[in-house]
Structure formats: C-alpha cells, structure tokens
Design a protein around this ligand. Structure first.
Ligand SMILES: NC(=O)c1ccc[n+]([C@@H]2O[C@H](COP(=O)([O-])OP(=O)(O)OC[C@H]3O[C@@H](n4cnc5c(N)ncnc54)[C@H](O)[C@@H]3O)[C@@H](O)[C@H]2O)c1
Length: 393
C-alpha cells in the first residue's frame, strides 16, 4: 500500500510512528502540509520521498493508493471528497464529521466512488479492547446490560480544538466519539442506538463549547452505553472502560495505571506519555503508546481489508452512527430531555431483541439471588411465577 498522510501535526506523527518506525511493507510516499517548511521537515524526519502544500495534488499523486487524514475536524469533509474524486481510499481520523450531516456526505461519497472509507478509531483496536470484544462476543460475560467508557484529560493541545465551529463542539465531539464507539462495539453494532440523555457544561475553560459531559445512550435491546468526558481532568489522560454483563464484568484501565510506575526527580524532563502533566515524582508511563493506543492493529486491519476488498472493523458508516449519537447528545444537553438518535441510513437490524430469559429456580419460581453469608448461611431468594410474591427458600 502506498500512502499519503494529510497534516503534519500531533496525530500525523503518531500515525507515522506506527506506519514507518515499525518497518511495515506499506510505505508512506507523500506528506501534505499547508506550511512548506513543516511538510519538508516531516518528510525528512520520516524519509518520505514527496511532500506537497497542495491537498488535491497530494491525494492525486500517482504513488498514492490510500490517504491517511490527520487534519482538523473542519477539513475532513473536503479531504474525503477530494479522495473520492481521485478514487483513493480515505482513512480518516476521528471524529469523522463535525456532525452527522457531514459524516453522511462522506459516507455517500465513498460508497459512490466504490472505495473503502476507513474510520481511524484507534481505541477500538487496542490490545485490551480487542481481547475484551472477543470475550464478549464469545459470551464470556453474557448479555451486556451497561457499557461505560471514560476519556478525560486536561484539554487539547491546539487552538482549533477550542473553537466550537472548527471542532464541531467541545469534549463530547473530541473525546465522546471514542467512548461512544467503544460502548457500541461492546453492546453490538447491529443494535440500533435509539435515544440519548446528556448533561454538558462549561465549568473551567473560557470557551463556548462544553468542557465536561456525561451521557446515557439507550439501545433498542435495552442496553445502556454511558460516556464520561472532560477537558478539565487533572493528572494526565484517563481512559477507562467498564462493561457489566449478566454473566460477568470487564474493567480496563488503558492508560494511567497500566501496571508501569516510575519515580524520577525530573532532572531530564523527558516525555512521559500523552497529556501527562508532570515529568517528576511518581509517574505512570505507557510502554509503547503507538501499540497500546491501537494504531498498529488499526492500520493492519485497514490495509488487509483494502487488499482483500472487504470492509475494515471500523468504517465511515460507524463514524456516521457515532456522529448521529453525538448530535442527539448535544440536543439533549440543551433540552434536558431524552432525544432520539436520527439515523437516515441505518444498516443494522431492526428486529427488536428480546431480553434474556429470566433464570428459573424450579417450575413455579424464578431465581432472584443466591448468596452465602459470613455466618455460612446460604440464602436463596425466589419469585413465584404465578403470584409474583418474593420468598426466601
Ligand atoms: N486518538 C486519535 O485518534 C486522535 C488523537 C488526536 C487527534 N486526533 C484527530 O486528528 C485530527 C488532527 O488533530 P491533531 O491533534 O493532529 O491536531 P494538530 O493541531 O496537532 O495538527 C493539525 C494539522 O493540520 C494542519 N492544519 C490546520 N489548519 C489547516 C488548514 N486550514 N489547512 C491545512 N492544514 C491545516 C496543522 O498545520 C497541523 O499540521 C483531528 O481530527 C483530531 O480529532 C485523533
């Protein structure tokens, strides 16, 4: 695969580390940046043979098959439309659009051009996520009742994120997009997200957009996805997932407490981890950020899928559904009501999933709870199927 990267900022360097530093057979042949010096420096740093300050020319270049889009949110649509025009596969960072309207336009453009639209949702490719998903899909935790995902940090590193119009919102569109897609995978992508209840507020920063939010996303089978996001959390980047199923539980701490702790007086002042607020004292570094944040598995899936003519695990369609949920969250934050998730192009199932069967104790009773107490006494609580009375056995 011959690749162009669009953008020379923060995420493009992460992508380059994953694509080039790991000596893949896929090669980056082009880097686009609007600033010539930065584009040339990026090309030198990663030994990329071509650089350009012209977006369309970079995409259309003969040595480019697929395009990795690492530009600010307001430029994703323009970049994707240019890819569709040149029939180059766009692989776009998150969020796909600033809203569902933009995302749908991108989805339609790739469908029409017959190219693969890959959604670069790295947190759905971390080793811990992949293992959790495989366990859930094999039935290890039963039916998922509630899937919570949290991303909080002290706020983004570039000015455009803080501009509501350019970014499409604040912490919800920036961080909530990850959490929504993580929960949606765990609950089941085939199940329709139906409505959202959201609290959002601007508590700390002098901005128009929200810097803190919590929301519940309801799914057609009764499951709840929950996201918690903040741009004012102190202490680094907190990425945590919790899944509650009828037969089990998953807790994953993806970044702050991964089991690696280090103390330093801070004399070297060296890099610790993304959004770390300190480089001295007890620190929580991340062994291999590129791998642990999912970039390696993500690109492998993208390129294998394009090679085989199939869809990757995370597509533009997924990005569109995420944007539709975010739109409902913003609406709910204003109206303070549950708001419907409006999906014009739903491709999942519309069969209403029947909730799991109630556990039976015997012919006449359902089992509610069994527990052994500290005294050794075993308690069994049942419900009479006919009368509804709750009894102790
Ligand atoms: N985990 C992730 O997947 C992740 C993490 C960080 C950022 N992102 C996403 O990556 C995208 C870029 O974010 P970033 O953190 O790299 O931002 P950044 O500000 O570090 O880099 C943005 C790049 O775009 C360039 N740029 C800005 N305005 C431009 C314009 N008008 N025309 C052409 N180029 C322009 C900048 O010069 C810079 O090279 C965003 O969509 C963001 O949400 C994803």
């Amino acid at each position: 695969m011959k690749l162009a990267i669009l953008g020379t900022g923060f995420i493009s360097r992460f992508y380059a580390e994953s694509l080039i530093a790991q000596r893949r057979k896929d090669v980056v042949t082009m880097i686009y940046g609007r600033n010539k010096d930065k584009a040339r420096k990026f090309a030198e740093d990663y030994k990329i043979p071509n650089y350009s300050t012209n977006l369309k020319e970079a995409i259309a270049h003969k040595d480019v098959d697929a395009v990795v889009i690492g530009l600010p949110n307001d430029l994703h649509l323009e970049a994707v439309l240019a890819c569709a025009e040149s029939k180059k596969h766009p692989l776009c960072t998150k969020p796909l659009g600033r809203n569902a309207k933009e995302a749908l336009e991108m989805l339609k453009a790739v469908d029409k051009a017959g190219i693969v639209g890959g959604y670069l949702e790295d947190l759905c490719y971390t080793p811990k996520f992949l293992k959790s998903l495989a366990s859930i899909q094999s039935g290890a935790i039963g039916e998922v009742i509630w899937a919570k995902s949290r991303e909080t940090h002290p706020g983004p590193h570039s000015e455009w994120f803080w501009n509501k119009d350019k970014a499409g919102g604040g912490a919800i569109v920036d961080l909530g997009c990850h959490c929504i897609e993580i929960s949606r995978n765990f609950i089941g992508k085939d199940i329709r997200p139906t409505e959202v209840m959201c609290w959002a507020d601007t508590r700390v920063h002098p901005i128009d957009a929200e810097d803190n939010a919590v929301a519940l996303v309801k799914y057609a089978n009764g499951a709840i996805g929950q996201f918690e996001v903040s741009w004012s959390f102190r202490g680094g980047m907190d990425l945590r997932d919790e899944v509650m199923g009828t037969e089990g539980t998953i807790w994953a701490n993806n970044f702050l407490r991964t089991g690696f702790e280090m103390f330093t007086t801070g004399k070297s002042g060296s890099y610790v981890a993304e959004k770390a607020e300190s480089s001295s004292g007890w620190l929580f570094p991340v062994g291999d950020e590129v791998h642990e944040l999912g970039y390696s598995h993500m690109f492998t899936d993208m390129f294998e899928s394009i090679d085989k003519g199939k869809q990757p695990a995370e597509t533009f369609y997924d990005g569109y559904i995420v944007n539709a949920i975010i739109d409902a969250a913003y609406k709910s934050a204003k109206t303070k009501q549950w708001e419907p998730v409006i999906i014009e192009d739903w491709r999942g199932s519309d069969e209403v999933k029947i909730k799991h069967e109630l556990p039976s104790y015997d012919k006449e009773h359902y089992l509610i709870k069994e527990e052994t107490l500290p005294s050794g006494e075993k308690k069994t609580i049942v419900k009479n199927k006919k009368t509804g009375s709750i009894e102790k056995r």
